[in-house]
Design a binder for this molecule. Structure first.
Ligand SMILES: Cc1cc2nc3c(=O)[nH]c(=O)nc-3n(C[C@H](O)[C@H](O)[C@H](O)COP(=O)(O)OP(=O)(O)OC[C@H]3O[C@@H](n4cnc5c(N)ncnc54)[C@H](O)[C@@H]3O)c2cc1C
Length: 493
């Protein structure tokens, strides 16, 4: 397909969400004409880029924010179960694509890594209780727990070396965790779409306006950043997969469902280890507990990573205050997103989250020394000269209208679709890329309900994702079958 301006599907943004949705649609109906437009000159250069996210295959194994502790000390595990089952859908889809040679051999985009959680002091009781509840469930039955420093020294030597012997520590570990290079995955999905035909990618093309036509189709104005010319694309279905930039585009669409949404951007930074000898000594992902007052996504973790085939070691993310919705965006993004419909919720959130604002401002002004001090909770021997600061991606948290308080800040993701199913977007960031397959299936269910209910699409979905339509949370036998397949196809054991 070359330079056709009337398409069935317009994917805005070349991140993991658009790439996943495009791949699902091309599998379900290869005759669909799909156009992807991206404002930057590269695919996966914002949040989906390998270094802009933590690459954790979020399965709830190590992320303590998915199992909140209640006032009575009990731990709620529902969200961890849900995320684990959602990630299994991604693993099944990627396995299918690897088997069909539509994704490269897995080590290019996904690698096995132990997922560990580490706590100390009063949090030991929390981790023990979390382990007791999770390990009873079949999704988490392989989880291990220890408070024994000798065992922990084997699990995470860098973390235990020279640690205060009097400090009470505990950890859990799951051996079949994963590290995903979402940048490589996205580029591979886009390449595969390109190879199949009926797909065109236009880089350096940004959306500058859109309007729904009387026949229900969308006329989308796309600007070529090379010659500044604006051309119209006529699309039957539009997915605003613009990551942090999705909110302004949703507002431009003027659909009723956009009303009341606002965005609260939080930027991230990593400490990256520049000493190869230290990189070699740490082989796992170690997640801790977020400091009091910190947003849930700034849970600190020490991560062995493989990005573009290179082993590296990252610590963070350090959150900070920003006005930008995209890493390559403008400090005025937040101001531009203020509309009469979301002003009240935005102001209510600013008023009710002063602790968070204080935390973010404090983080923004932290010195290198202070950041390395935070790192020493995980790696007591860390030296300032072995670490450099690098910026990660932006996350735009959802602000929503709510009756009682005027507005609330949410840390999850939400799919917003027009009632007629002709336009959709995904707001928010977490659990993000890991659950992209389940999220994009939800977009299809909302926007293509008749075709999703057809025997043809149902059969194809079952072929690609055998657990489609069944709860892995409840079906032990099916979980064992799909996990055996995905762990072996994706070489995660
Ligand atoms: C610090 C950090 C750590 C994270 N860690 C993890 C993790 O460990 N595991 C995990 O699963 N997820 C993680 N995430 C979340 C994950 O990175 C995101 O959920 C995911 O990458 C979002 O993909 P996307 O396709 O929606 O957005 P993006 O990858 O940001 O893609 C959006 C694209 O749209 C383009 N665009 C924007 N506006 C326009 C326009 N007007 N016209 C054309 N194109 C446009 C942008 O340039 C961009 O290329 C993390 C995120 C951050 C920031």
């Amino acid at each position: 397909m070359r330079n056709i301006n009337k398409v069935d599907v317009l994917l805005v943004g070349a991140g993991v969400m658009s790439a996943t949705l495009g791949t699902l649609l091309a599998q379900l109906d290869p005759s669909l004409k799909i156009l992807m437009v991206e404002r930057l000159n590269k695919v996966a250069h914002e949040s989906s880029h390998g270094l802009n996210n933590a690459g954790t295959g979020h399965a709830g194994y190590c992320e303590l924010n998915y199992t909140p502790q209640q006032a009575d000390g009990s731990v709620v595990i529902d969200k961890a179960l849900q995320i684990n089952a959602a990630f299994e859908e991604s693993l099944q889809f990627w396995s299918y694509l690897v088997e069909q040679h539509q994704l490269p051999t897995p080590e290019y985009f996904i690698n096995p890594i132990f997922h560990q959680s580490l706590v100390w002091g009063d949090d030991v009781a929390f981790l023990r209780s979390r382990y007791e509840q999770l390990s009873k469930h079949h999704l988490f039955e392989e989880m291990e727990y220890s408070e024994d420093p000798a065992v922990l020294r084997v699990w995470m030597p860098l973390v235990m070396d020279n640690r205060d012997a009097k400090q009470k520590v505990a950890a859990t570990q799951v051996k079949h965790g994963s590290d995903v290079d979402f940048g490589h995955l996205t580029r591979s999905l886009v390449k595969s779409l390109h190879d199949k035909g009926n797909f065109e990618l236009r880089l350096n093309h940004g959306i500058v306006g859109m309007k729904q036509m009387p026949n229900g189709r969308w006329r989308v104005r796309v600007k070529n950043n090379h010659d500044d010319k604006v051309r119209s694309v006529n699309a039957g279905f539009v997915f605003l997969g613009a990551g942090g930039g999705a909110l302004p585009l949703l507002q431009q669409s003027k659909i009723d469902e956009a009303n009341g949404y606002g965005g609260f951007p939080i930027s991230g930074q990593w400490l990256i280890c520049n000493n190869p000898e230290i990189v070699k000594r740490h082989k796992t992902k170690v997640y801790g507990k977020a400091p009091v007052g910190a947003p849930p996504m700034s849970v600190p973790h020490l991560d062995a990573r493989i990005i573009d085939g290179q082993a590296c070691l990252l610590f963070g993310p350090f959150a900070s205050i920003t006005g930008k919705f995209l890493k390559e965006g403008s400090m005025f993004d937040i101001v531009g997103s203020l509309k009469s419909g979301n002003l009240k919720p935005m102001l209510a959130v600013a008023k009710d989250n002063l602790d968070l604002m204080r935390y973010l401002i404090g983080e923004a002004f932290a010195t290198h020394k202070q950041r390395v001090t935070a790192l020493r909770n995980f790696y007591p021997e860390a030296r300032e000269e072995d670490w450099v600061l690098a910026s990660a991606g932006q996350r735009v948290q959802i602000i929503k209208q709510c009756d009682n308080k005027g507005g609330k800040l949410e840390f999850g993701t939400e799919i917003v679709t027009a009632q007629d199913g002709t336009i959709a977007t995904l707001l928010g960031a977490s659990p993000g890329a890991s659950t992209s397959v389940q999220a994009m299936i939800e977009v299809l269910q909302r926007c293509y309900p008749a075709r999703m209910a057809s025997a043809e699409w149902h059969a194809k979905l079952k072929q690609m994702i055998p657990s489609y339509g069944v709860s892995l949370d409840e079906d032990v036998e099916l979980l064992r079958q799909v996990r055996n397949r995905t762990l072996s196809t994706l070489k995660l054991v």
